[in-house]
Design a protein around this ligand. Structure first.
Ligand code: ADP
Ligand code: ADP
Length: 234
């Protein structure tokens, strides 16, 4: 059985008096340890789905279960606690705090879930993993390249040892060289057993997934296999 399961998940927005049905009776199962990619055209509802899966937003109808718990019924407070304990996030907009060093940006999130010494040790391991030196950790965000900032965002997303890392267009701002580095890192992190759910509209990024779901018209239209995707340079 899945780690995250949706049952007839629906999300409707009211925009200027009209109802927009963005997700429609969507059934989905995400396996523990998988690298699940949600692909689809712009406006398909990918981010909306990611928000529902990660407890950032609640469905209009239907349910989301996480390890058998129906999180879609949680209060705002309970959802916030759920996110802190179980979810890591990496977004296209990285939003590091400019007044804090790289290390302190990571610590600020880590300390929500652990004591300073434990979190610092975890952070150092993750910084080693993504190839940011001790000198890099002391830098302030304004001194980082886009690729470095993305790596900091990845460390921050993992610092609380989340059950799932949710990545929404994590390479959207990066050139192809940095994109490849970040996607390789996501694959490496997944290879350690970390469950990853990534939203992208880019087919070459999608190729990094172990499972690629295609979202259109508010439902999962099917799965793409790697054979359908262009090979080689991502
Ligand atoms: P994608 O990530 O696939 O590009 P989104 O999930 O961001 O798509 O958006 C899908 C549709 O839902 C868009 O038409 C968008 O305008 C609408 N939408 C998303 N969030 C909101 C919101 N908070 N209020 C109203 N409409 C929204
Ligand atoms: P509070 O409950 O005190 O408002 P939040 O949970 O909103 O704290 O977290 C504070 C900041 O840390 C926010 O800017 C949020 O984006 C970030 N944050 C919280 N949890 C995570 C996480 N698991 N991964 C990445 N960033 C996170």
């Amino acid at each position: 059985t899945g780690m995250i399961t949706t049952d007839k998940l629906s999300k409707t927005f009211s925009n200027a008096g009209t109802q927009q049905h963005v997700l429609k009776n969507l059934d989905l199962e995400i396996e523990r340890g998988s690298f699940t990619v949600i692909m689809g055209p712009s406006g398909a509802g990918k981010s909306t789905l990611l928000y529902a899966l990660s407890g950032m937003d609640r469905p209009t109808l239907g349910t989301v279960e996480f390890d058998g718990e129906t999180i879609s019924g949680y209060s705002e407070d309970k959802l916030a606690k759920f996110r802190r304990r179980h979810c890591g996030f990496m977004f296209q907009q990285i939003h590091l705090l400019d007044s804090l060093s790289v290390m302190d940006n990571v610590m600020a999130v880590g300390l929500l879930t652990g004591d300073r010494r434990t979190v610092k040790e975890r952070g150092d391991k993750l910084f080693d993993l993504v190839g940011l030196s001790v000198a890099d950790r002391r830098k302030f965000p304004g001194m980082l390249s886009g690729g470095e900032a993305a790596r900091v965002a990845l460390v921050r997303g993992l610092i609380a040892e989340p059950g799932v890392l949710f990545a929404d267009e994590p390479t959207g701002q990066l050139n192809s060289e940095f994109s490849r580095i970040v996607l390789d890192l996501l694959a490496a992190v997944n290879a350690t057993g970390q469950t990853v759910v990534m939203v992208t509209h880019d087919i070459r990024s999608a190729a990094y997934g172990s499972r690629i779901l295609y979202l259109r018209d508010g439902t999962i239209q099917g799965e793409l296999s790697l054979a359908d995707l262009p090979q080689g340079d991502a």
